[in-house]
Ligand binder design. Sequence first.
Ligand code: KG4
Ligand code: ZN
Length: 365
Amino acid sequence: MELVLGIESSCDETSVALVRGDGTILSSVVSSQVATHGRYGGVVPEIAARAHLTNLPGLLDAALAEGGVPLGDVSLVAATAGPGLVGALLVGLSEAKGIAFGLGVPFVPVHHIEAHALSPFLSPAGGAARAVPERFLALAISGGHTHVFRYAPEGISCLARTRDDAAGEAFDKVAKMSGLGYPGGPVVDRLARLGRRTGPFPVPQFKDGSRDLSFSGLKTAVRERLLALGLEPRTGVLAARELRGEESLPAPLLDLLADFQEAVVAQVEDRLTRLHEDGPIPLLTVSGGVAANGLLRERLEAWGRRRGVEVLLAPRALTGDNAAMIAFAGLVRHRSGAPHEGFAAPARSRWPLPELPPLRGTALQ
Ligand code: KG4
Ligand code: ZN
């Protein structure tokens, strides 16, 4: 059976994984740079690239040790080729090409968002992956993206996208304004559960009837409500001592977070409902960092049951950036026989997913 080595280095997580030809994850090790970049208030590309370079050899050894297989057993190598930070991408991409070349095995360049989109087919319990069907919709919702893509034999198309901030960016900005630190998603997820919804925020609509999303108005509305509550919105890079202690947060702030989180989920539900009305959704995958959100998970599962849509949520452990999804996407692309650039693939900062050729039948064995 095939053995796929996957490498991810598109942003601030370095990761190496081994996935078997049936989609079973043998190992997946991730090293996060959140703490390194935290003091700058965002990811610093040069620091990210250098950290990938430092972390990669140890992670490769760890992934092989955890998987219990020698490097020589690897029969396919996959790495993220974009979109992402070019300097960061180049580290993992070059390492992966070098390994594949040395082993004399094929190399598959992977689109980072496609890897997220396919991650829900991986088994959370560690068994074989589900076969990827010919037709499905993918909601990729993270700090950098909020898109709905349609996969079909005719091609991949984008049905909806955020026109401004990504959903995860909204979580991060709201957390920052509220003095809760970075990244915002996990802390807002936790605290919003303690609040009561008191004043709903409106779900934005575009005059042209588009299914696109928008989160910047919501962010502004949260800022205004913070001001109205007499809670000065925080700006700039916050030092640890400026962060609010979670034990002593005022109840109105918790309520505001509950209303904010509800507004994000309600907008996603609204867009999915309208897309389903445009044409029945055969299956929906939900992936990316924000797919870890407890409320989003509950509500989209319930939405799917109501509408008769199979909703596949990415396993929680695979919602953030990881190489297991990269190895799996490489495997699926390889099996599909769709053309790709192989060793000639460059690192791409911008790479629209619909430029990829469609996937064809990809039964895994
Ligand atoms: O996919 P990811 O690790 O990186 C990219 O952006 O590609 O996603 C990170 C984003 C951050 O904005 C983070 O705040 C958000 O995902 N996030 C969450 C949760 N966990 C992470 N958002 C809402 N609820 C969560 N539990
Ligand atoms: Zn990502």
